[in-house]
Ligand binder design. Sequence first.
Ligand code: FRU
Length: 492
Amino acid sequence: MQELKYKTIDLATKEDKQAFNKIRDNAKYRPLFHITPPHGLLNDPNGFCFYNNEYHLFYQWYPFNTFHGMKHWMHLTSVDLIHWNEHGAKITPVESYESHGAYSGAAFVEKNKAYLFYTGNVKQGLKRDANQCIALLDEDNKVNKFAGNPVIHSVPHGYTGHVRDPKILKRDNGYFMLLGAQREHDMKGTLLVYQSKDLFNWEVLGELEIQVSGEFPDAYMYECPDLLNVDGNDVLIFSPQGIEPQGHRFHNKFNVVYCIGQLNIETLSFTVNHWDELDRGFDFYAPQTLANAHDTVSNSETLIAWAGTDDELPSAEYGWINCLTLPRTLAVKEKRLYQYPTNLLVENKHCVKSKMNISDTSVLNSTLDVNPLSFIVEVNGDLFRNEIEFSLVSESGRKLQLNISGNSIKLSRENYDHHMIDWPYGNKRVCETDYDINDITFVCDQSIIEIFINKGRDVFTCLFFPEEEKHRLMLVNKKEIELDIKLTYLTK
Ligand code: FRU
């Protein structure tokens, strides 16, 4: 078992490869537009950048089984952030400084060089250590580890072995690295900052103080920090572990927080004007943003996340587990962070099969067939004046349901019986809005649905595993207020 857990892909046998092909060929539960692992387990997105006229994305990948094992970096490229080409493992942890996995990290692109920063995870018995490393992506899509690795050896004094997930920032006075960390003295989560003049030599500066009025939830570890500027605002994103539910927020095993405010790198502080949970659904963790959005034609800040939170999922029976969310374009409006699917809704002859406009009240309180299960439904109207129920119903009557009543939104997958995913965190998520709901976009793709309220002011990510192929979308519109509904099928 231990041997399998830490096996690297270069040691795959003929039998392993046959098993991989079988898994790859089975389409059960496989989304068409959401990235899934060909076989094995996927978790965090890594190294997301634009380089050599393409988008590059990597993810944490354990190829041999659906549990967490030796993490590799799988590599994918795309020109439109919708269609992806898979290139296999590009960081395989075979060196002693990464003996137990090439853990997460981010890209940094400068002067036509793409640096991939990552954490070399090391375990010795029960002890864990972490080294920060660099690999360089070249124009032939090859990835070469830096010969001088690790660039940061071990963890600084006062922190446990849980120091990881580097994110690089550039400021006038040099380069800065943010790392997720755990303090030794109180076992609490924090963010560490290092500084460098050349990207290769780093010195620790200390912790980033998150200055917030009121209480900020306690966590035992902060993972996957990210920091970017969106529409003139600094936005800090990270994944704290171990926070308690607060009202309708933070009901997942692991949750993600965003803070809008100002970074002061001189004083190592981030002043928060507003903070919140980043996604209101069930399955969303470890997001990462595009390293160099300003190099792209669209110049838009883009985020992608792991859709999953460490649970056993029904797809494990078919040899793979977890997917990524769609890339989401970020914006800050009315001091809130908005996220909306990038490019997918643009007229695109490759993925739109047919469109249906339904603006006639006679279809209200009725049903629509939605087969195959990869589609977008856009709903527009005074939803907040209404009492509305959208259900995605399978042939045998399994339901995924979204209810809107005034300013309250409830998403339920209770009818799906996914005990292993919903226990003990529950099968409903609720969001009370402080704005009028007038727009919903559902993006459904086989075993994942992403629901965007008011063009992404609130978003619910939800996995579900329908046994049958045929589904209907049912709408109960209690007050019969006119809605504009558009259905778009997606096809590869
Ligand atoms: C987040 C995380 C990271 C780590 C990686 C290991 O999901 O735990 O902190 O680098 O996954 O796969």
